[in-house]
Design a protein around this ligand. Structure first.
Ligand code: ASP
Length: 335
């Protein structure tokens, strides 16, 4: 039987047209372009339905509300469709794919994010292959997770990050090999490291909440950040040097983080290096973070760490459980 794919267009370059203000998404242009793609009427192509979001967005404007809308849409079509393709701007695609990977609990079907660097209507668009391959992969029996297909690779969504603002291979997952490489055939790398579903599919909406991402740099004056470290800040992802290292006491980091910790803010340490992992305590420069109760972010991306904080707090997990769960592998987001 033919598979049925739900194609959701949220916005992004793939369906954009030129306007006086620069590129803007357009529903009419997108639907017209789709109807002109011969692949969509090829008998070997899966059946599909199209859902177009209003308003269509540049992905810079996508946040919690839109993640919930994507999650709710997928949940409402979950029983009727075999797979999902989410067309999305590239700028925040890795954040959205990470968010959806947590929201969609016990997912057993493919959810493939894709988009393009050049709009579909332009001659050299990369959108055509990205869209068609994503549709075919969404019809696959082998995938039961949220992924990003881009530039010939299928990546685990919560491992992916945008690495190029203008290259056609804009995404990579430096700490995790691609799930599929697209050559003449799709070469699947079947994995056993994705925790299995342990109940029926369920959509967990996120709540908007105060979270932060703080990048450490040489000479950072942490006391300037003290004013944002209030009781209302639920969590902060600290982008440290190397394996979790931060400047020593001279720059007043520890008192600020200690204060945050005492307020109940969860401090998650990840590395500024795209590749490799945090290992708190391997250097004296990171031991202090361990001592104030910071979470070892391992090899998670910032996108995944942030999405996971939203998820765990939205689920109402107790603070001590959030720490343990941040250090556990829930959706293949960390090794
Ligand atoms: N600014 C666009 C967006 O993220 C870029 C893209 O789609 O590639 O929506």
């Amino acid at each position: 039987m033919k598979k049925k794919i739900c194609l959701i267009y949220t916005g992004g370059t793939i369906g954009m047209v030129k306007s006086e203000k620069g590129y803007v998404p357009s529903e009419d242009a997108f639907l017209k372009l789709l109807s002109q793609l011969p692949e969509f009427s090829n008998p070997a192509f899966p059946d599909y339905e199209t859902i177009v979001f209003t308003p269509l967005l540049d992905s810079s404007d996508i946040a919690v509300e839109e993640w919930n809308k994507m999650g709710r849409t997928i949940a409402s079509r979950y029983a009727a469709c075999d797979g999902f393709v989410v067309l999305h701007g590239t700028d925040t695609m890795a954040y959205s794919a990470s968010a959806l990977s947590f929201m969609l609990e016990n997912l057993e079907k493919p959810v493939i994010f894709t988009g393009s660097q050049i709009p579909l209507y332009e001659l050299r668009s990369d959108g055509r292959d990205n869209l068609i391959s994503a549709m075919l992969l969404a019809a696959s029996e082998h995938i039961r997770e949220v992924c990003i297909y881009f530039g010939g690779q299928l990546l685990r969504g919560n491992r992916a990050t945008k690495l190029s603002s203008d290259g056609m291979h804009a995404f990579d997952s430096p700490n995790y090999p691609p799930l599929v490489k697209a050559g003449i055939d799709f070469k699947f790398r079947l994995t056993a490291d994705l925790p299995p579903a342990n109940g029926p599919f369920r959509f967990q909406p996120f709540e908007a909440m105060p979270l932060g991402v703080l990048k450490v740099f040489p000479g950072i004056q942490f006391d300037l950040f003290e004013s944002i470290m209030t009781e209302s800040l639920r969590g902060v992802v600290l982008e440290s040097f190397g394996a979790g290292n931060v400047p020593s006491a001279r720059t007043a980091l520890l008192p600020v983080l200690k204060k945050a910790h005492d307020h109940g803010t969860l401090v998650v340490v990840r590395s500024q290096c795209p590749e490799g992992k945090v290992n708190l305590g391997s250097y004296a420069a990171s031991l202090s973070l361990k001592e104030i109760g910071a979470v070892d972010g391992g090899d998670m991306t910032t996108e995944a760490a942030l999405a996971k904080l939203y998820y765990l707090f939205s689920k109402g997990e107790k603070p001590e459980d959030v720490k343990a769960l941040m250090e556990a592998n829930l959706r293949g987001e960390r090794s």
